[in-house]
Design a protein around this ligand. Structure first.
Ligand code: ADP
Length: 484
């Protein structure tokens, strides 16, 4: 686009002469005969170059220049005057005028002045663009640095950055805690002295000149188990810039691995025991150990039947556990589920079993109980298990009561029995996978120790709590408290 030029001069000859010469050169030219007219033009148009007479009828050229420069700081200005002397020129230049053109001047003077001004403007514009870009990238860098800093500071893993000279350049709060060092004290200390004594001492192996690219080890810090990695970081040419030490808390992962191994061991036992029993029953029959008549074998077959049922139950309980674990916390909000139908359904389910065991089964629900944010299926599994246990660990003539009441803590469903009770020493383990009390009273009672583990998980995911109180010989109470 053609450069725009403004000529401000009260002499009509200059205005038209300058205007014509510049228009012939291809520039777009506007003219003004006084300060006011110039101000008006400047307020609507942005000019690349302005020619300004030193003396105007309404205002002097320098005053006009100052006010125009405020509105349009990128315009290049040439002052033209017939009264040129060196002092005026110096003074005007100090005020910010870019160039001085004394009258009279030739068309060539004028054109070369415009060329100079436009060339300078181009350079200035480019310099300004670079300055702005530089400022923006500095701002971005500063904000990235502070973001990285707060990110590292808030990490739960310990992070320690060491420069090529072995000096600590960054250590976050978690790392200070692991090393037991006060906030900020690690900075600029030598890594060799900072790590020498503590749990991360093995990391120092990575700091010798012939050390491997990375060092990995596990460390014990109080009750925590840490997974520590030391690795180098490099510039684009592969030169070592420093090393970074990270310490990740793997206590929970380790605990889970230990629990999983224990679970698998117990499961193997739970599967092997019935299979061994079944195998010996098969052997007794295969060898016709009790003769050719079938009758003596019937009790063995009934036992085999029970064992097979037990295995079936174990498999379905394992599936329930794994399903609950898989669904985890991603479960959609459940309910609302009414309590009464679920309670009466559980009572109905166990009615015959209660009668066969000579145990009375009753329901005692307060009226107007609110619905619960738990799925009907989960509530039914919880109740079926608790009522089933209350009957199973009961005695002839005993009682089971399913109660429901609203308390200050929420909605409480209690399953009370007058059965064998639980040894206080075992109370904390009730609900642990496969845990079963081994007492003379529990001898001969079948089960796999997974029912309450399932119940606990279902209660957990409904944000409820399970409280167990029991006295051996007089009975137990399982209270489930749901928020409502
Ligand atoms: P299971 O009944 O199949 O053994 P559970 O997980 O349901 O497994 O229960 C775990 C253990 O808790 C039982 O083996 C038993 O020792 C104890 N228990 C559970 N409910 C009762 C109860 N109502 N009275 C006494 N003991 C109970």
């Amino acid at each position: 686009m053609a450069a725009r030029i403004l000529v401000v001069d009260d002499e009509p000859g200059i205005r038209s002469g300058v205007g014509e010469i510049l228009a012939l050169e291809g520039y777009t030219v506007d003219t003004a005969d006084c300060g006011r007219a110039a101000q008006e033009l400047v307020s609507g148009t942005s000019y690349d170059v302005m020619f300004l007479d030193y003396r105007l009828p309404d205002v002097d050229g320098l005053t006009l220049f100052q006010s125009i420069r405020q509105k349009s700081p990128r315009t290049m200005t040439c002052m033209i005057t017939a009264y040129a002397n060196i002092e005026t020129a110096i003074f005007a230049t100090r005020q910010g005028i870019d160039i001085f053109l004394p009258k009279p001047f030739s068309p060539d003077d004028l054109i070369s002045t415009v060329d100079t001004l436009l060339g300078t403007k181009k350079l200035r514009d480019e310099a300004e663009r670079l300055r702005l870009a530089h400022e923006a990238s500095l701002r971005q860098l500063a904000s990235e640095q502070s973001q990285t800093h707060s990110l590292v500071a808030s990490l739960r893993d310990g992070v320690l950055v060491v420069n090529r000279q072995g000096e600590i350049a960054l250590a976050n709060r978690s790392m200070e805690e692991i090393l037991g060092i006060d906030s900020g004290k690690l900075l600029r200390t030598q890594v060799s002295s900072a790590l020498a004594e503590g749990v991360l001492a093995p990391a120092l192996a990575a700091f010798s000149p012939d050390s491997p690219a990375s060092v990995v080890f596990e460390a014990e810090a109080g009750l925590k188990r840490l997974f520590v990695t030391v690795s180098g970081f490099y510039d684009e040419t592969g030169g070592l810039l420093g090393r970074i030490v990270t310490a990740v808390d793997i206590t929970a992962v380790r605990r889970m691995a230990v629990e999983k191994a224990r679970f698998t061991r117990t499961l193997v036992h739970e599967l092997r025991a019935p299979l061994t029993a079944l195998k010996s029953i098969v052997e007794v029959m295969r060898d016709r150990s009790l003769g050719n008549d079938l009758d003596p074998y019937m009790s063995f077959l009934a036992r085999a039947d029970e064992r097979i049922d037990g295995l079936g139950e174990l498999i379905s309980d394992l599936l329930s556990l794994s399903r609950i674990e898989h669904e985890g916390a991603v479960q959609a909000p459940a309910g609302p589920t009414k309590i009464a139908p679920a309670v009466y359904e559980a009572a109905e389910l166990w009615k015959d079993r209660a009668a066969a065991a000579s145990v009375t089964l009753e329901v005692d629900l307060a009226s107007d109980l609110p619905a619960l944010a738990v799925s009907a299926e989960d509530l039914s599994t919880i109740l079926t298990n608790l009522v089933g246990n209350a009957l199973k660990y009961n005695r002839p003539g005993g009682n089971v009561c399913i109660g429901g009441v609203r308390t200050s803590e929420g909605l409480e469903i209690a399953v009370r029995d007058t059965g064998i009770g639980i040894d206080p020493a075992n109370l904390a383990r009730i609900g642990e996978e496969f845990f079963r009390e081994k007492r003379s009273e529990t001898k001969g009672i079948e089960g796999n120790g997974l029912g309450l583990a399932i119940v606990k998980r279902l209660i957990d995911r409904a944000a409820g709590r399970l409280r167990i109180t029991s006295a051996p010989g007089s009975g137990s109470e399982f209270r489930v408290i749901f928020p409502c």
